[in-house]
Structures are given as structure tokens and as C-alpha cells.
Design a protein around this ligand. Structure first.
Ligand SMILES: Nc1ncnc2c1ncn2[C@@H]1O[C@H](COP(=O)(O)OP(=O)(O)OP(=O)(O)O)[C@@H](O)[C@H]1O
Ligand SMILES: [Mg+2]
Length: 321
């Protein structure tokens, strides 16, 4: 039986490391390293949450091509139930993201492919109703589904599920106000600093948090290596992630979400969920892409237990060995 149902997008990330500082036009530019990893916010979240030990089901649409197959296999290997995934029969292929990471910034080039095409009718609502929790990532990339995301969340709430949402960036930079209607049915909202301010239409993060906290039960604002802020009602916490050696921060936000939801569903204290999420996010930046550092569960457990003991937060909050 699944605990968390993720509705989202599925693609691979092609990451080129060590490119020249200047991306000069019409020259052959050489990269010193390459990684082809499971990409897309929803899939990284589902993969890493499953590797933490939560039972996860995944709903997405791929094309009839090897990219979609490879991505689905990666999820399945991590124990994610992919039985409700749909394959499109049209010309559109599975999406692909090309990432060019630099020390402070990265280029992210995405061909959305089938992620623009998933519709409400592709979603098995009965399957979702059997879960405890619904999560959706990449609100602005679900072109066809977007007008009915509000129905999805409303139905999940009616069925007694808890819900979470991570919008990620809006490629059109419009930050449509239809999102505010969806937030009425969201328990845990997980934007980063920039997204929180864009959605609240303010440059002031405190104002943004005030506004968002009036709409959802818990708002968590991710701020890279800086302290993460969490607000629930009139309580607010701010915790710095552990210092680790950074390889790249691709998928750090999704790994954060996975850690937070994993502990939240175990009825942990909100402050512990925040601390744990900072640790799963920090783990993610220690290897290429968003899922590489989660592929061996014994390594994951060792890292997290070590970080938890360093944090001085008391006993390990999970029962599993
Ligand atoms: N250099 C770092 N060292 C340790 N932890 C980090 C570092 N960078 C990010 N993190 C952790 O990852 C979390 C998410 O980071 P970030 O602010 O990049 O989110 P995001 O922009 O939503 O990421 P994504 O691109 O995955 O959507 C942070 O809140 C923090 O816990
Ligand atoms: Mg993000």
C-alpha cells in the first residue's frame, strides 16, 4: 500500500561538468565530465523519498522512447510504484534537461516533452485516495493539467490526505494567481526564497512568509546553503543546513522536500522535520545530480544518523535500523 502519491513530471538530466567559463558561440566547447541521471523535481522527490523508506507511488506521462524507459527504471529500482504511469502515443517524446553547472550558478535548459501533456484524465484518482499524502512538484510545467490541479488537491483533501506542493520556477515568470486557489488545499508549501517572494509579489521575504502562512498550514522556505525558514501558525524556526563538500546542488530542493515529508508522516515535531530535511538536502549536494547520493540506502542511513548525532537534537527520530 502506498503512503505518498506523487503527481508530476519525469525526465532525465544530462549534466556537463567543467565547461569553459565563457560559452562562446560557434566554437566546440569541451566538458570534462558528464552524468546522465534521473531528473525532474517530482521524480527526484519520489526516488529519494522511497530510498528513505516511505512507500511511494508515481503518476506521470512519458513518451514512447528510451529516455522515458530509463527514467521509469530508475524509479522502479528505488522501489517506487510506477504502475499508474502513462505512456503517450503521440509524437512528443519524454522531456530532457541539460544542466551546465558553474560554481555559483547553473544553466538549466529543458525540453518539456510529455510533461506539458499530462491531463486530469491520465490520473487515477482512486489510487490517490488510497494514499496518506499527495505531493505535486513543478506546478508551472503542467500545462495541460494546471487548470485542474485545484480539483486534484481538493479531492485529496476530501479523501482525508495531507498534501504538499513545490512549485519550482515559473519559466514564463508570470506566477499566475490561480496558484493561490490551490494553496487553500495545501498543508505543506515548499518554495525557495525567490519563488516565495515572486508568488507573494513582494521583495520582502518576511512579508512573503506572512502572506503564505495565512494560506497554508506549514510554509518552508529553502535558501541554498543559508538557513531554512519554517512557519506554522505563529511559530517560526530557522535552521542552517550542515556544511558539506558541494558537488552540485541539482535536486537539493526536492531532496529537502523528501526529508521533510518522510519525517512529517511519522508525526515528528515540525522542527525535527526541518532539521532532517536540511540533512537530506545536504546529502544530495555531495554527489552529481539529484538522486546519485540516495542510490545506496546504507550510505544514506549512515550519513543521516551521523548528521543527526552531530546536531545534538536528541535520539534518532526513526525506528528503522
Ligand atoms: N551548499 C549547500 N550545503 C548544504 N546544504 C545545501 C547547500 N545548498 C543547498 N542546501 C540545502 O538544500 C536545500 C534546497 O536548496 P535550494 O535553496 O537550492 O532549493 P531549490 O532552489 O528549491 O532547489 P531545486 O533547484 O532542487 O529546486 C536548502 O534549503 C538546504 O537545506
Ligand atoms: Mg525547488
Amino acid at each position: 500500500m502506498i503512503e505518498v502519491c506523487v503527481v508530476g513530471e519525469l525526465n532525465l538530466d544530462l549534466i556537463l561538468y567543467g565547461l569553459p567559463k565563457e560559452l562562446t558561440l560557434d566554437r566546440e566547447l569541451l566538458a570534462s565530465g558528464l552524468a546522465l541521471t534521473l531528473g525532474s523535481s517530482s521524480a527526484i522527490f519520489a526516488h529519494n523519498l522511497s530510498m528513505l523508506g516511505t512507500h511511494v507511488g508515481f503518476i506521470a506521462k512519458t513518451g514512447e522512447d528510451p529516455l522515458g524507459q530509463i527514467a521509469a527504471e530508475r524509479l522502479s529500482e528505488a522501489g517506487v510504484d510506477i504502475s499508474r504511469m502513462k505512456q503517450g502515443s503521440g509524437k512528443t517524446s519524454t522531456g530532457l534537461t541539460v544542466v551546465l553547472p558553474y560554481p555559483q550558478h547553473r544553466y538549466i535548459l529543458t525540453y518539456p516533452g510529455t510533461m506539458f501533456e499530462m491531463q486530469y484524465s491520465d490520473i487515477d484518482m482512486e489510487y490517490i485516495r488510497l494514499a496518506k499524502h499527495l505531493h505535486l512538484s513543478s506546478f508551472f510545467l503542467h500545462r495541460a493539467l494546471r487548470p485542474r490541479i485545484v480539483n486534484l488537491f481538493r479531492q485529496a483533501k476530501d479523501a482525508g490526505l495531507t498534501t504538499s506542493l513545490d512549485t519550482n520556477d515559473d519559466p514564463e515568470n508570470l506566477w499566475g494567481q490561480d496558484l493561490l486557489e490551490v494553496l487553500k488545499y495545501v498543508d505543506i508549501f515548499l518554495p525557495n526564497d525567490r519563488e516565495a517572494k515572486k508568488i507573494a509579489r513582494t521583495e520582502d521575504l518576511s512579508q512573503a512568509i506572512n502572506l503564505l502562512a495565512g494560506l497554508v498550514k506549514i510554509v518552508v522556505v529553502k535558501r541554498g546553503a543559508g538557513s531554512t525558514i519554517c512557519r506554522s501558525g505563529d511559530k517560526q524556526w530557522s535552521l542552517t543546513p550542515p556544511a558539506v563538500a558541494l558537488v552540485d546542488d541539482i535536486g537539493a530542493g526536492d531532496s529537502f522536500d523528501a526529508g521533510f515529508i518522510h519525517l512529517y508522516l511519522k508525526s515528528a515535531q515540525i522542527e525535527d522535520c526541518l532539521a532532517f530535511a536540511n540533512m537530506t538536502a545536504a546529502l544530495s549536494v555531495t554527489k552529481e545530480g539529484g538522486t546519485e547520493s540516495f542510490r545506496d540506502s546504507s550510505v544514506v542511513q549512515r550519513f543521516l544518523k551521523h548528521q543527526w548525532s552531530l546536531s545534538g537534537r536528541g535520539p534518532w527520530p526513526l525506528n528503522e535500523t
